[in-house]
Design a protein around this ligand. Sequence first.
Ligand code: NAD
Ligand code: UD1
Length: 333
Amino acid sequence: MTVLVTGGTGYIGSHTTVELIQKGYEVIIVDNLCNSSESVLDKIAEITGIRPKFYLVDLTEKEPTRKIFEENKIDAVIHFAGLKAVGESCVKPLEYYYNNIASSVVLAEVMAEFGCKKLIFSSSATVYGEPERVPITEDFPLSTTNPYGTTKLMIEKIYTDLAKADAEWNITLLRYFNPIGAHESGLIGENPNGIPNNLMPYIVKVAAGELYQLSVFGNDYPTHDGTGVRDYIHVTDLALGHIAAIEKLNEAGVHIYNLGTGNGYSVLDIVKAFEKSNNIKVPYVITARRPGDIPECLADPSKAERELGWKTKLGLEDMCRSAWNFAQKSLKK
Ligand code: NAD
Ligand code: UD1
C-alpha cells in the first residue's frame, strides 16, 4: 500500500513516516519545507534504511500536486501539512486561512480526480475550545479561540461535507492532544524556529542553557498545583495511532478519534519529570496566565482504543528523556 504523507518532513509526519516504513508501507512525502528541512529524509533513511520519495511542492498549487498523483499510484493520504502556531495565526490570519484551507481543498480535489478517497487528517484538541469539563469525548461541542484552531475546525467541516456528498470517501479526523518527545534514535524530533511557544521545546532550551528560565504561565488555575494541566502524548504513540487508523481505513464516511493518553500533567509536573528523567535543572519563574489558555485539557481516548485497538504505551519519563536525547544528539550540531 502506498501512502502519501503531506508535511512528512515535519515533526509528527516524520515520526509517522518511520512507523509506516517499518510496517512495510511505501511512503511518498510532499512538503514545501516552510517549517522543516530536507535533511529529515536522510534521518528517516538512517533509521529505516529507506529514503522515501520526496516532492517539494506547495499543496496550495494544484498542478504540481496533480503531478504527484499522475506519477504514483497512491492508495491513501495522511494530511499533516499546515501552519500550526497559534500566536502567529492571530497576527497573520489570512496566511493561516489560505495555507491550511486552500491546501486541504486542493489536496481533496486532486485525490478525487485520481480516485483516491482514503484520507486521514491531522486535527487538534483545539477544536474543543474551552471544554466545560474533562475528560473530553469526541461528541463534545466544538468551538475555537484563534485562527489556527478555526482552520482545523473548518477543514473538519469541509471534509465532513465531502463525505456526505460522495459516499465513496473514507475520512478519519484525528484530534491530537499535546504531542511531545522524539524518536528513540534521537535523529528526528521537534525543532521549532526561534523562541518556542510550546512547553516542552521551551524546557529543552532552558535545560540546554540557551534560554535563561521557563516562565510558568499562572499558578492560580483550579488544578492540583495551580498550573495548567494537559494531556501530553509521546509522538511515537501518536504516530502509531495513525498506523492503527490507516489499518481501519476501509469504512466509508467520517470517523473521529481523540489521540491522547487520558492522563493529565501540570506544567510543574512536567518540569519535575524532566529534571528527574534527565538529571538536569530547569530554572523557572511563575508569571501571569497566558491569554487564551484553559485550565485543563484532557482526552477520553477510549473510542480509539475500542474501535482502532490503539492505546498509548509510553509514559512521561519516555517523553522527557527522548526530547532531551534528541536535543543532545541532533540540535547541537
Ligand atoms: P510541522 O510544522 O512540524 O509539520 C508540518 C509540515 O507541513 C511542515 O514540514 C511544513 O513545511 C509543511 N507545510 C505547511 N504548509 C504546507 C503547504 N502549503 N504545502 C506543503 N507543505 C506544507 O508540524 P507538526 O507538529 O508536525 O504538525 C503536523 C500537523 O498536526 C499540523 O497540521 C498541525 O496543525 C497538527 N497538530 C499538531 C500539534 C502539535 O502540537 N504539534 C497538535 C495538534 C495538531
Ligand atoms: C498548544 C496550542 C494548541 C495545540 C496544542 C497541541 C497554544 C495557545 N495552543 O496548546 O492549539 O492544539 O498546543 O500541542 O499554543 N506553558 C508555560 N510556559 C511556556 C509554555 C507553556 O507555562 O513557556 C504552559 C501553558 O500555559 C499550558 C502548558 O504549558 O498550561 C502547555 O502549553 P503548550 O505547550 O503551549 O500547549 P497548549 O497551550 O496546551
